[in-house]
Design a protein around this ligand. Structure first.
Ligand code: BYC
Length: 347
């Protein structure tokens, strides 16, 4: 509000409404505060409209902050819990090369979790709060990691399908409107494409192998296909967050748009492998230039997200134990940091 505007508002309030100077001062303050909030909203909307990233010290609506904390922390938890199904096969990888590659991939996932927790922290939530939400079962993480990895082919299927779905979802997040999240995603996506290729390479090797190996690959595809489609979230019509997140450019595409892109790309890759996508409704639509596909079992999705999937309890328990057993490492790191600080002070 300009100075001139302020004075005239004050004058007209006193003259027309017959109120005291003190009361008028209070009212003007209220107007000014409202105006400055409006200015902040306008500036925020302008940045979003012009694709200028929102940075931690910028003003942002509470709901934008809340939505980001929710999505980024769920994403971070997914990376950390996502280490478990694959970690299960590190000791049983079929060769030294496969073991080294898998070890590197699982370590990458830990790194992704850490970048994402750091991005969430810039929004004013602490790492301890986030861990607490995960360990107490309050926080969500991706439904996909509540399924078991039964054979070595599952490691191929996870890399190909799960990391493939992750890339489809996360490449657009490199342009998400919140700066620290967008920047974290750039490195995450580079690593995810290596993950996807290592998975596809496992599937390619198995599909060119013996009958038993081909069967293993097909069985893994059969079990991981539908849960991979569910990774993109509920259908748009049942997604309470999509409309707002797309408007704020947190999400650049809707759940259904990304699911369709994933199906279009992945079905072609399955053909190269000589494997069959387990969907009797799958068919190419010449007119739309897209595959039509069946409906995922949304009741199963809801059940898994509610904590009742095949491995939910086991995953949470493993994370809690890792946290408790790692206490001595955190204590040792703190003691070491304290010692270095004191040494520096004394020097
Ligand atoms: N699983 O309104 P919606 C990885 C929840 S890491 C569980 O559409 P939104 C990898 C959703 O949270 C993969 N919950 O939500 C790691 C919401 O609940 P609340 C993780 C799900 O946020 C290691 C409710 O359902 N990727 O790839 O607009 C090894 C309604 O949904 C799921 C990310 O996190 C699900 N699948 O859209 C290998 C990417 N889907 O919070 C690979 C970033 C939905 O309202 N996240 N829900 O109680 C996103 O892009 C979005 O958050 C989602 C969901 C598309 C996932």
């Amino acid at each position: 509000m300009s100075k001139w505007c302020f004075i005239s508002t004050r004058k007209s309030l006193i003259e027309k409404r017959n109120i005291t100077g003190a009361k008028c001062h209070y009212l003007c303050q209220q107007i000014s505060a409202t105006m400055s909030i409006q200015t902040q909203i306008d500036q925020f909307e302008q940045k979003i409209g012009s694709d200028i990233t929102i940075e931690p010290k910028d003003w942002m609506p509470d709901d934008y902050r809340k939505t980001l904390i929710r999505q980024i922390s769920q994403h971070a938890h997914s990376e950390i819990v996502g280490m478990l199904p694959e970690g299960n096969w590190i000791t049983r990888a079929p060769s030294l090369r496969r073991k080294a590659v898998l070890l590197a991939k699982v370590q990458d996932e830990a790194g992704h979790g850490l970048y994402l927790y750091s991005a969430a922290e810039t929004l004013g939530v602490s790492r301890d709060q986030l861990y607490d939400q995960l360990h107490s079962g309050v926080a969500k993480y991706s439904s996909i990691f509540n399924y078991p990895t039964l054979t070595w082919a599952d490691i191929g299927a996870i890399g190909w399908l799960v990391d493939g779905a992750a890339i489809m979802n996360q490449v657009p997040l490199c342009r998400t409107s919140y700066g620290p999240y967008a920047r974290a995603m750039v490195r995450v996506c580079k690593e995810e494409s290596f993950h996807q290729r290592q998975g596809y390479e496992i599937m390619l090797t198995l599909s060119k192998g013996s009958d038993i190996q081909r069967k293993m690959a097909q069985d893994a595809l059969n079990r991981w296909w539908w849960p991979s489609l569910m990774m993109f979230g509920p259908p748009d019509a049942e997604s309470p967050n999509t409309e707002k997140s797309v408007r704020w450019k947190i999400k650049r595409f809707t759940n259904d748009e990304l699911r369709q892109k994933f199906v279009d790309v992945t079905v072609e890759q399955a053909k190269i492998l000589g494997l069959t996508v387990p969907d009797k409704d799958l068919q190419w639509n010449e007119e739309t230039g897209h595959y039509e596909f069946g409906t995922p079992n949304w009741a199963e999705f809801k059940n898994v997200v509610a904590g009742n999937g095949p491995c939910n309890k086991q995953r949470l328990e493993t994370r809690k134990q890792a946290w408790e057993k790692g206490q001595w490492v955190r204590d040792a790191a703190m003691a070491h940091a304290e010692k270095r600080k004191n040494r520096k002070k004394a020097a």
